[in-house]
Design a protein around this ligand. Structure first.
Ligand code: TYM
Length: 218
């Protein structure tokens, strides 16, 4: 019998930190023997904020190496780069055409990031969760193991899948599988070391706010 399927990814925006490890990758390692795992480097999501192309390419490879170093076995799990599969962007476009704008405008992460970028906020930042829905729904994923900060994006993914099924499905024949979020209680939200009210984040300008997986032991 085929195993249920898991899909998840991490943005290629710099070194992975303890929050990414405890909220996501540690769980993937445990799950890979019971699930058919698709784990990817989210480089298209990374470019929703400005990136240097050379550094982005290096970070993508570094992230793949970090997955493997943390225990993801490429013989057991499928590891891939998001931008190498044009289907992700193509499906995102189709979803754009049926997703109401106000579903995106209420996303907490968009509101937080938009404040930081001011008037220059890019459309990609608003559309980010639609691409994430495409990542997940393209693979008929059963479960999506993530940290708590991604919960709202997964609810949107489920809403988009529901809308497609209502519009284009036939009775009892769905078009898209509606995935379940998988958020473990332990490690779901690791906080910043400099501000206990904020989550640990790669985009925090202070390096003292986080522990990177590749930090030296001292
Ligand atoms: P990203 O790159 O921000 O984070 C990757 C994973 O790490 C988790 N995480 C945390 N967990 C606990 N405490 C923290 N402080 C913390 N910070 C981050 C995140 O919840 C996530 O599981 N949009 C996603 C990447 C993505 C994706 C997808 C994930 C793109 N497409 C499809 C799942 C399915 C993101 O930016 O994650």
């Amino acid at each position: 019998m085929s195993q249920p399927r898991i899909l998840s990814g991490i943005q290629t925006t710099g070194n992975m930190h303890l929050g990414n490890y405890l909220g996501a990758i540690r769980n993937w390692v445990e799950l890979q023997s019971q699930y058919d795992c698709f784990l990817f480097m989210a480089d298209l999501h990374a470019i929703t904020v400005p990136q240097d192309p050379k550094t982005l390419a290096e970070n993508t490879l570094k992230l793949a190496a970090t997955y493997i170093a943390c225990g993801i076995d490429p013989e057991q799990s499928t590891i891939f780069v998001q931008s190498q599969l044009p289907e992700h962007s193509e499906l995102a476009w189709l979803f754009n055409c049926i997703t109401p704008l106000n579903w995106l405008e209420r996303m907490i992460q968009f509101k937080e990031k938009a404040v930081k970028q001011g008037e220059n906020v890019g459309v990609g930042l608003l559309d980010y969760p639609v691409l994430m829905a495409a990542d997940i729904l393209l693979y008929d994923a059963d479960k999506v193991p993530v940290g708590e900060d991604q919960k709202q994006h997964l609810e949107l993914t489920r809403d988009i899948a529901g809308r497609v099924n209502d519009k284009f499905g036939k009775k009892k024949r769905y078009v898209l599988k509606v995935p379940e979020p998988m958020i473990r209680k332990e490690g779901a939200r690791i906080m910043s070391l400099t501000d206990g009210t904020k989550k640990m984040s790669k985009s925090d300008p202070s390096e003292l706010s986080r522990i990177d997986i590749l930090d030296p032991p001292d």
